[in-house]
Design a protein around this ligand. Structure first.
Ligand SMILES: *Cc1c(COP(=O)(O)O)cnc(C)c1O
Length: 453
């Protein structure tokens, strides 16, 4: 089928996620047909550098031989079988592998299919845990402003992004909010000590009602790659321990090397009570998620059948064998290819290109941890005034970067770079060069304000 025909059918039938469909075709969508390494290839045969890892999932590049082979080999055995009442080979092997690479003590693995469900499960487990532990008043969750934990109602409840969540306000359960400890737009003087002091005050007053603290460690991704000050996460972990509040770390975005270490929590020496994993778990191949927890939580759910302590939760495709096989191969590559060590020189090239971008008058702040980058565009550098929502400034810059064969997607006025860990130094130069050029281009003013940006 030709591209025009495909797009006509797409416009007639496919409702795209996070997309204003009115005027969708005016945005000149690409139709991707195949891929090679870090490049996507569209139906016209054009090659595009995948600057956002196909929405933050691709780890070692597309069509990675070892993962392709693992999925094919599993296909010759069984594509799917349930984990309700039976076990399967790859789900067992993967759980053991995850337990061996996660922070010590996170030995119990509960599978699901998406980042949203991995958080939903942690929230439900924490909630049930306190009932089983004889402290049923501990029911409330604490979360950061501008948090993003997914799109199901429970994960939206702990999320805090007004743009996405406001319409659903009446469907959500109430959550205690803590200000995002993000230096660039912090209202006080010291986000580290002031934020930790406010959390301590909250815990001192209310810990008896608090079940858990949900947080994206080190980087709040969807909020615009907001960085936490060093020491913040370990400070929160210490407070959670002191006041017996369960710590839920959502590493759906930060997990699997994205911040430079296998898991972001490692950089602060933190072992949470729950570790939520999804996006990069299968290397970007198949939808799979895991919620890891410890023996304290797991043990509370053990009992005689008629005590009804069972965790009544499970998705039909839980622990899908094809996805688990892909994940095992993905994790194996971190060892055979020394992926994390090989990121270092590429990070240096990224940092060099980003330093030039940070000096541009249109740029308020460049934020980076490992391969997670946010470039915040501002109307006025001195006052940090934001571009109006309707101008879709981030979107316009991403469209302009296409001239260089680079695919990006913004978060409002923040342009995101989230390349695969397999990015080469040449590709890193192309990526930052394309973004620099796109930011400097005179952009069309005004505009329809069609999309979410
Ligand atoms: C993407 C993301 C989610 C949601 O994952 P889905 O697979 O889209 O449901 C949750 N938490 C964080 C931090 C994310 O970045």
């Amino acid at each position: 089928m030709k591209t025009a025909e495909l797009l006509a059918l797409d416009a007639a039938h496919v409702w795209h996620p996070f997309t204003q469909m009115q005027g969708w075709l005016d945005d000149r969508p690409l139709v991707i047909e195949r891929a090679e390494g870090n490049w996507l290839i569209d139906t016209e045969g054009r090659r595009w550098l995948d600057g956002i890892s196909s929405l933050w999932v691709t780890v070692h590049g597309h069509r990675k031989q070892a993962i392709d082979d693992a999925v094919r080999a599993q296909l010759d055995k069984v594509a799917h079988c349930t984990l309700l009442g039976q076990a399967s080979v790859p789900s067992i092997e993967l759980a053991a592998k995850l337990a061996s690479i996660a922070p010590e003590g996170l030995s119990r693995v509960f599978y699901s299919d998406s980042g949203s469900t991995s958080v939903e499960i942690a929230v439900k487990m924490a909630y049930q845990y306190w009932q089983l532990a004889g402290r049923p008043r501990k029911q409330k969750f604490v979360a950061l402003q501008e948090a993003y934990h997914g799109d199901t109602i429970g994960s939206v409840s702990v999320g805090g992004m007004d743009l996405f969540h406001e319409r659903f306000r009446h469907l959500l359960f109430p959550v205690e909010r803590v200000a995002t400890p993000h230096a660039y737009r912090w209202a006080g003087t010291d986000p580290l000590t002031e934020s930790l002091a406010s959390i301590r005050a909250l815990f001192e007053a209310r810990a008896g009602e608090l079940a858990g603290f949900v947080v994206e460690p080190l980087v709040q991704g969807a909020a615009g790659m907001l960085l936490q000050p060093r020491g913040w996460l370990s400070g929160v972990a210490a407070l959670c321990r002191e006041f017996d509040v369960l710590l839920i770390c959502d590493e759906v975005a930060t997990g699997f090397g994205r911040t430079g270490t296998m898991f972001a929590v490692e950089q602060e020496g933190v072992t949470p009570d729950f570790l939520c994993l999804a996006k990069g778990l299968t290397g970007g191949y198949l939808p799979l998620a895991a919620t890891l927890t410890n023996d304290r939580v797991y043990g509370a759910f053990l009992g005689r059948f008629d005590e009804v302590k069972t965790f009544f939760h499970g998705h039909t495709y839980t622990g899908n064998p094809l996805a688990c096989a892909a994940a095992l191969a993905n994790l194996g590559l971190f060892e055979t290819e020394q992926t994390l060590a090989r990121m270092a020189p590429v990070q240096a090239v990224l940092a060099e290109g980003l330093a030039r971008i940070a000096a541009l008058p249109q740029v308020g702040e460049v934020r980076r941890r490992g391969f997670m980058v946010g470039v915040e565009l501002v109307k006025d550098r001195a006052t940090k005034e934001e571009f109006p929502f309707a101008e879709r400034r981030g979107f316009q810059v991403c469209q302009a970067a296409r001239k260089h064969g680079v695919l990006l997607r913004p978060l409002g006025n923040v342009v995101v770079l989230m390349p695969p860990l397999s990015l080469t130094t040449d590709e890193a130069k192309l990526l930052t060069g394309a973004l620099e050029d796109a930011i400097c281009l005179p952009l069309p003013r005004g505009g329809e304000g069609r999309g979410e940006g």
